[in-house]
Design a protein around this ligand. Structure first.
Ligand SMILES: Cc1cc2nc3c(=O)[nH]c(=O)nc-3n(C[C@H](O)[C@H](O)[C@H](O)COP(=O)(O)OP(=O)(O)OC[C@H]3O[C@@H](n4cnc5c(N)ncnc54)[C@H](O)[C@@H]3O)c2cc1C
Ligand code: SF4
Length: 510
């Protein structure tokens, strides 16, 4: 092919969109698509089997779709004997050999790749990344939003996005009379739990996915977790089916129960669409439009449609903006000076704390936990314990099938660990075991009591909560939003706080 190649289109594993601008004017006779599965992307942080399967199965299906159209695809599989092992190595080798006249690629979602690969693709500055049209807020628009603001807050960003795109708007006013219905989004289940829960549509692995599962077991046996239960959408058609299933069967209750948790019920009323969105199998706007349409037709309440749309149009776009503004320094942030190690049970689920056992257990089994399990169980425990934020980040990036840096880092470093000192969240998401008791049935099956802070049956979350407030008192004292929590702390006697400190030290010591 040397000298014959007009245009090389580089496609990364999370850019699986046939409508990508990188393919515009693609001529299969003289152009070629380049994709590669490389070990470095699965091992530069520990990566679970389910996460690796999600990426590679979706990539191989995407490749097969392009080949079926008669397009030329140079694709290296992970197990290929001549695999260069890294994206930069593989690209350098390919470009050197084939010398394409032009190279086209959409901006990667990761700072490390964006900066590291630019010089390899365009050593003389003869090209640059194409903007990623999958996002509804460009870098320029986010900068314009941020300009002149002392503090960024998702809520104001979200309102601007709704107005700009005309989503859930009635003229200049928000549909339903309010910008958000968050207060209606905090329902828990009654004693009997989520009865008659509609099971989400499952996609049994086809031969392509099965061969990826076998290959990952063989080539990366040390990767944590399992992919034995893998049933997520890995093609665009499957993602559209999953969207339709969610809109019809679970969206009506999404708003009400979006923060609730229940033993043995990993999906509840959630969409299971994050990986399909992050890999670009499906566009955020089509997901938002489907939810809005369902509300317009009177099929779902406004609190459900708004609550769901807020996650995508608000949080998802907002965290991306924060990521690009905060890199590369974000990973070093440690505002609360947390230096403890991540407990070993995060990699096994072997703990007598029911909530953590459930959340980590399903994570290692399925590569999935919903937002509140991530934020208010695994994230909360690490926050209260004072785990080094970068270790918490490595865990989240490694274990979830939807994990990609631009969304994982702000959620972990910023929202769940408050390591950025308030860029993402206005206060730490610190709570005692009583929050988990209110939002789930986990405490019913636990040997600990969420109401107790000291003693043999004390819930470790509750002990660590008071310890967290006491040791961060000076740091958080100026934050008005912490005033009530700190006022409650101040009610305790010095003797009681000393007993909490001693018990917290025992928990921290393992
Ligand atoms: C510590 C931590 C780490 C996280 N890491 C990731 C990650 O690596 N990848 C990822 O996609 N999400 C991440 N999230 C956000 C959220 O937990 C997942 O998007 C969600 O659980 C995915 O499941 P779902 O598709 O069923 O979502 P649903 O609960 O049904 O929500 C619908 C969609 O909204 C979007 N969304 C919801 N919450 C957020 C959020 N906080 N930030 C960005 N988008 C959001 C997702 O695209 C999701 O698919 C993280 C959250 C926390 C607290
Ligand atoms: S009692 Fe504490 S440790 Fe046990 S499930 Fe409840 S919150 Fe978790």
């Amino acid at each position: 092919m040397r000298g014959m190649l007009r245009r090389l289109v580089v496609v990364f594993g999370d850019q699986l969109d046939e409508a990508s601008p990188a393919f515009s004017q693609f001529d299969p006779k003289i152009d070629c698509i380049w994709m590669a599965e490389v070990r470095e992307e699965s091992t530069h942080v520990v990566s679970s089997k389910a996460r690796i399967v999600m990426f590679l199965a979706a990539m191989r299906h995407f490749r097969d779709g392009l080949l079926a159209k008669g397009w030329r695809v140079e694709y290296t599989e992970l197990q290929a004997p001549d695999n260069a092992g890294s994206l930069s190595g593989a690209l350098e080798r390919f470009i050197e050999k084939h010398r394409p006249k032009e190279i086209v690629a959409v901006e990667p979602g990761e700072w490390r790749l964006r900066e590291g690969l630019r010089l390899i693709l365009w050593p003389n500055g003869e090209g640059d990344w194409l903007e990623d049209p999958h996002f509804l807020c460009s870098h320029r628009q986010f900068e314009a939003h941020a300009k002149g603001r002392k503090q960024l807050r998702m809520e104001f960003f979200y309102r601007e996005m709704r107005q700009r795109l005309g989503v859930l708007m009635e003229g200049a006013k928000p549909a339903g009379g309010a910008w958000n219905f968050d207060a209606l989004n905090r329902g828990g289940f009654g004693k009997n739990g989520p009865e008659l829960l509609p099971a989400p549509i499952a996609f049994a692995p086809d031969s392509t996915t099965r061969s990826v599962i076998e290959m990952v077991d063989r080539e990366l046996p040390e990767a944590p977790g399992t992919s034995r239960h893998f049933d997520f959408p890995v093609t665009r058609n499957q993602a559209l089916e999953a969207l339709s299933d969610f809109i019809t069967n679970r969206l009506p209750y999404f708003g009400q129960y979006q923060d609730a948790m229940w033993t043995g019920q990993p999906w509840l009323y959630h969409a299971r669409l994050s990986a399909a969105l992050n890999l670009k199998l499906i566009c955020p706007l089509e997901v938002i439009t489907a939810a809005e349409k369902s509300w317009n037709l009177g099929l779902v309440p406004i609190a459900a449609a708004e609550g769901f749309i807020r996650q995508i149009l608000g949080w998802r776009e907002y965290v991306r903006g924060i990521y690009w503004r905060s890199m590369p320094g974000y990973l070093e942030a440690n505002a609360l000076e947390a230096h403890a190690a991540l407990p070993a049970f995060y990699w096994t689920g072997e703990t007598d704390m029911q909530c953590l056992k459930q959340a980590i257990g399903q994570t290692l089994k399925l590569g999935y936990a919903h937002h509140i399990q991530r934020l208010m169980v695994t994230g909360l425990y690490a926050l209260l314990l004072g785990v080094r934020p970068i270790e918490v980040h490595e865990w989240y990036l490694g274990v979830y099938i939807d994990a990609v840096e631009w969304v994982e880092i702000p959620n972990t470093i910023g929202m769940s660990q408050y390591a950025d000192g308030g860029v993402m969240a206005s206060k730490p998401y610190a709570a005692s075991g009583k929050y988990i008791q209110r939002m789930s049935d986990y405490c019913r099956g636990c040997i600990y009591d969420p109401a107790l802070s000291v003693g043999e049956k004390a819930c470790p979350f509750t002990t660590l909560y008071w310890d967290f407030l006491a040791r961060n008192r000076a740091r958080l004292g100026g934050n008005q939003r912490m005033a009530l929590q700190l006022k409650n702390l101040d009610r305790f006697t010095p003797e009681f706080l000393e007993a909490v400190r001693v018990q917290a030290a025992q928990i921290k010591g393992g």
